[in-house]
Design a protein around this ligand. Structure first.
Ligand code: PBG
Length: 341
């Protein structure tokens, strides 16, 4: 695309080009706005816990609660009425069900599957996305099988394929592998197709970095204490790398990913931009738990204007090239957008 750049010279005085002209009135700013944010751009990540009628706040994410399936269904219904198109489900597995190999991931009646079925039954119009990775279920908090102290790739992928099938059978619309094993998108696609789930889509966490910003999430699902001082650097990406993200996305697309994600969000806007410009495929950003915690904490102290900071942070993802954003602010932001619109 050719773009117009004015050829003003320093001797133009008074200035011939006055960009401020287009900023003078609200109607004119609206007319020239290049990007917009709508509730339809938001995906709401939710935490589901065992029990009935129970809600437990997440300490490091004020305003976010883990909900039992019945309360979750209500909350998801509200999200849908606000125009949010999809939710992403994260289970808080009771500690006694966690094992070294994360067997509970394959239980067709685990919390994630219960939540999928309940939402599909009661809020049929909303999209249900589910992570594929073993960390909510493993006693060591790693995303895969650990053998001799290393997260092994190919054996993990075999389990992930089964996990994807369990979730697809429960009615999940979109399988989201967040584990960063090599070759898992292609393997999951083949497994889904072979079982007749050709219409179940894959949203790949294609460029997922080994990030400190996942801390509050790990508190929320209870994997922080399992992981201890461990980290995920042998499979999640090095924050130093950008070109590598493009290779990861290229591989996942070649393997059959329908949608791709960059994660975390705000510190990685350059990656979102490069991915969108390079591939032009549906691209999503995850405004992760640590980003939520930062914005929320500053706002709670009165150091940031909460509503404005939320909407600006989300609009920035759109400007960078994201088609949508996973955000814990989804419901709040959708309300703000509705009231503004
Ligand atoms: C699990 C997973 C994580 C997140 C989403 N899926 C944590 C991790 O990789 O350790 C993080 C989400 C967030 O921080 O909001 N593989």
């Amino acid at each position: 695309m050719t773009r117009f750049h004015p050829t003003a010279t320093t001797t133009d005085w008074p200035p011939r080009c006055r960009p401020r002209r287009l900023r003078r009135h609200a109607w004119l700013r609206a007319l020239v706005a290049e990007n917009r944010l709508s509730p339809a751009d938001l995906i709401w990540p939710v935490f589901v816990q065992a029990g009935r009628g129970t809600r437990t706040p997440v300490g490091s994410m004020p305003g976010v609660e883990r909900l039992s399936v019945d309360l979750l269904v209500e909350a998801v219904g509200q999200a849908q009425s606000l125009g949010i198109p999809a939710v992403a489900i994260f289970p808080v597995t009771p500690p006694e069900l966690k094992t070294p190999d994360g067997d509970e991931a394959l239980n067709p009646d685990n919390l994630a599957c219960q939540a999928i079925r309940a939402i599909k039954a009661d809020v049929p119009g909303i999209g249900v996305i589910c992570d594929v990775a073993l960390d909510p279920y493993t006693s060591h908090g790693q995303d895969g099988l650990v053998r001799d102290g290393y997260v092994v790739n190919d054996q993990t992928v075999e389990v992930l394929c089964q996990q994807a099938l369990v979730q697809a059978r429960a009615g999940c619309d979109v399988i989201a592998p967040s584990d960063m094993m090599d070759g898992r998108v292609g393997a999951i696609r083949r497994a889904l197709d072979a079982a007749g789930f050709t219409e179940v889509a894959i949203l790949s966490y294609a460029a997922k970095y080994a990030s400190a910003f996942y801390g509050p999430f790990r508190d929320a699902v209870g994997s922080a204490s399992n992981l201890g001082s461990g980290d995920k650097k042998t499979y999640q990406m090095d924050p130093a790398n950008g070109d590598e993200a493009l290779r990861e996305v290229a591989l996942d697309l070649a393997e059959g990913a329908d949608l791709v994600m960059v994660k975390p969000g705000m510190p990685y806007l350059d990656i979102i931009c490069r991915v969108k410009q390079t591939f032009g495929v549906p691209t999503y950003a995850y405004q992760v738990s640590g980003e939520y915690a930062m914005l929320r904490a500053a706002a709670d102290h009165g150091w940031l204007d909460r509503d404005k900071a939320i909407l600006e942070s989300l609009l920035a993802f759109r400007r960078a090239g994201a088609d949508g954003v996973l955000t814990y602010f989804a419901v709040e932001a959708a309300r703000l957008l509705r009231n503004a619109g």
